[in-house]
Design a protein around this ligand. Structure first.
Ligand SMILES: Nc1ncnc2c1ncn2[C@@H]1O[C@H](COP(=O)(O)OP(=O)(O)O)[C@@H](O)[C@H]1O
Ligand SMILES: [Mg+2]
Length: 259
């Protein structure tokens, strides 16, 4: 098999004590993501999922262990990793197009080329006709479409998604999951997707890593051998249900330990 795209090796993250005690958020966690794979990470609230993504994004440094992207050690933030957060992070003073072009502008890409690239990704996420709208005029789902188009426009090596649909209502959320899979079919980007939603993790992922309660470790890795392209119908069929039962029982064990 080809060398993995992303490697996390023996990662420990201890947040230093502020007032009380230092917090070990992640404890000797290892995982790998192959090129073009969608890997989901699921675990109870507070288990270190966001910490894990912030580490890969280079926003914080691990206490020990190493993170490799395409064989190179992650030392800080970089355009090779694009992050999509749960909270809406669009620039309110820029239009949809301005937001999608933002990273390209920073990197000095010319106006003509910027417009062309933005047009492509705006179309990919289904926002043609909204190029000149401002974020406050958009629904939550539409804002997250822009956020996805904005990171894709930078052509990152890996997409890091931290509960990107967590603030949306259930129906919009399902639609956005399908949209993300359609986008993936066309771009084949490597995606590391963090969620506490078991259905979402399985529906999207080629594999699901289940984390333990804090300190976060990998409790189990579960392959999701459901055929692609997937639509929401797969979530009601028995193979999906069987995986869901397994993940649910693992998460239950972890939540049981917390309380
Ligand atoms: N900046 C920080 N300083 C200290 N502790 C933190 C910080 N960020 C997160 N934590 C703690 O680390 C643990 C994991 O947090 P987080 O990664 O946000 O979990 P999750 O995303 O799975 O809910 C939690 O106990 C949280 O309180
Ligand atoms: Mg989180």
């Amino acid at each position: 098999m080809a060398a993995p795209k992303l490697v996390l090796r023996d990662i420990t993250m201890i947040y230093p004590a502020r007032r009380g005690q230092a917090i070990t958020a992640i404890d000797r966690l290892s995982l790998q993501v192959q090129e073009r794979e969608i890997v989901s990470i699921v675990g109870p609230s507070g288990c270190g999922k966001s910490t894990l993504l912030r580490l890969v994004a280079g926003l914080i440094r691990p206490t020990s262990g190493e993170i490799l992207l395409d064989g190179r050690r992650v030392e800080g933030p970089g355009a090779d990793r694009g992050m999509v957060f749960q909270s809406y992070t669009l620039f309110p003073w820029l239009t949809v197009q301005g937001n999608v072009e933002f990273g390209l502008r920073i990197r000095g890409v010319g106006a003509e080329e910027r417009r062309e690239i933005a047009r492509r990704y705006i179309e990919l996420v289904g926002l043609v006709g909204f190029e000149h709208a401002y974020p406050k005029e958009l629904s939550g789902g539409m804002m997250q479409r822009v956020a996805i188009a904005r990171v894709l426009a930078n052509d990152p090596e890996v997409l890091l998604m931290d509960e990107p649909f967590g603030a949306l209502d259930a129906q919009t959320r399902s639609l956005m999951q399908e949209l993300l899979l359609q986008v993936w079919e066309k771009t084949r980007k490597t995606i590391l997707f963090v969620t506490h939603d078991i259905d979402e993790a399985i529906f999207l992922g080629d594999r699901v890593y289940v984390m333990t309660a804090r300190p976060g470790r990998i409790k189990e890795e579960i392959p999701v051998s459901l055929p692609r392209p997937r639509t929401l119908e797969v979530t009601t069929a028995e193979p999906f249900m069987a995986i869901k039962r397994r993940v649910l029982s693992l998460i239950r064990e972890e939540i049981g330990k917390q309380s």
